[in-house]
Design a protein around this ligand. Structure first.
Ligand SMILES: Cc1ncc(COP(=O)(O)O)c(C=O)c1O
Length: 351
């Protein structure tokens, strides 16, 4: 049974070799990582050790059948150098929900939180202060039975790695509404953070980027009619003074940022409508001048404003507005995350 996490510290930190003002999101990793193995029906050998290569045989099932899930969360530093996580219980819940869908054994809560606290504490010098600065935390699980059999693996590796984070998008986005490709199908794995969901998006997103778009707004796979999410973000539409977002279904990831934005908007008295919205309705609203804003919400990208969208051959540009909901909601969210605004819902978690 689980007792405690073994700690093997790196002798010399790499931190002095990093230029914190000049790197791209997710390209630099901290000194340590967490690792825990599932063998003989048990999660065993939890260890925090220097970030290093892992060894896997070529037959490891993750390479062949994509049995892998992950999470994305952040740690923030406040003005007094306290370190905070934001709603980590949500990520713990979601990784196990994803695991269940991919036939991966659930990970124990006590090891998850112990690992997270110890690892983030150890890496606190890597968390910088300032706009968009934080530590991105990536828990993930891979299947590593050495057998090319299309069935659930008997062995798994649960790991956590950390990367100093900067702004994900530095400008407003142009998006393309999907009318051919789909991200997720009903009955599938869209609601899980399954690795393959992302691989499936790369090709259509590459085509969209070639046409000058930053992201795709995915639509339902049956009719390509209803708007679902934008890349790795949930998506919000401001129509006049109401904020509209799609309900969570099995094709949409239940984003922590999305649910926090909905709560903050409610707290501020903004009318939030959770309902399916079709491309035709969006275009009608844009033509009438009722569509004031579109923005994406996610851990990595925080709140990212969308300046225009294309559907088939028509491009719609949104006019700039002062005091956008995107800005007001982002400032409040980031304020809560970085301990500069009151946390009335107890979302912050101190390290
Ligand atoms: C497909 C998808 N939708 C939405 C989100 C936003 O979720 P969260 O706010 O929990 O980061 C993410 C990012 O995790 C994602 O990958």
């Amino acid at each position: 049974m689980y007792s405690s996490i073994k700690l093997i510290k790196r002798k010399v930190s790499k931190i002095k070799t990093i230029d914190f003002d000049n790197f791209s999101f997710g390209s630099v990793f901290t000194d340590h990582m967490f690792e825990c193995d599932f063998i003989d029906n048990e999660w065993i050998n939890p260890v925090i050790k220097p970030y290093e290569k892992i060894e896997l045989e070529p037959s490891a099932s993750v390479f062949h059948y994509g049995q892998a899930v992950f999470e994305g969360m952040k740690a923030y530093k406040d003005e007094e150098d306290n370190v905070w996580l934001f709603r980590p219980d949500q990520n713990f819940f979601r990784i196990n929900k994803s695991s269940e869908r991919l036939a991966i054994p659930k990970f124990p809560k006590d090891i998850f939180f112990d690992a997270l606290k110890k690892l983030v504490d150890l890496e606190r010098d890597w968390i910088k202060k300032g706009e968009g600065k934080s530590l991105y935390i990536r828990p993930f699980v891979i299947a590593n039975q050495y057998a090319i059999q299309a069935s659930p693996s008997s062995n798994y590796k649960f790991m956590i790695i950390c990367a100093p984070a900067t702004l994900y998008y530095t400008k407003k986005l142009k998006v393309l509404i999907a009318d051919k490709y789909s991200r997720a199908a009903s009955g599938g794995v869209g609601y899980a953070k399954a690795a393959g969901n992302y691989a499936g998006q790369f090709f259509p997103t590459k085509l969209a980027k070639k046409q000058g778009f930053d992201q795709i707004i995915w639509t339902d796979s049956n009719e390509h009619k209803y708007l679902e999410e934008a890349g790795t973000m949930n998506v919000f539409f401001r129509i006049n003074d109401s904020l509209v977002t799609a309900p969570i279904t099995d094709t949409i990831l239940d984003g922590v940022t999305r649910k926090s934005i909905i709560q903050i908007a409610n707290d501020m008295g903004i009318n939030v409508i959770i309902k399916k919205i079709s491309t035709n309705q969006l275009i009608d609203s844009a033509k009438k001048g009722d569509l004031k804003e579109i923005f994406g919400a996610g851990t990595a990208a925080v709140v990212s404003e969308i300046e225009g969208f294309q559907y088939k051959d028509q491009y719609f540009e949104l006019s700039h507005i002062d005091n956008s909901y995107a800005k007001i909601l982002k400032d409040e969210l980031v304020g809560i995350q970085t301990n500069s605004r009151p946390d009335i819902h107890n979302w912050r978690f101190k390290i």
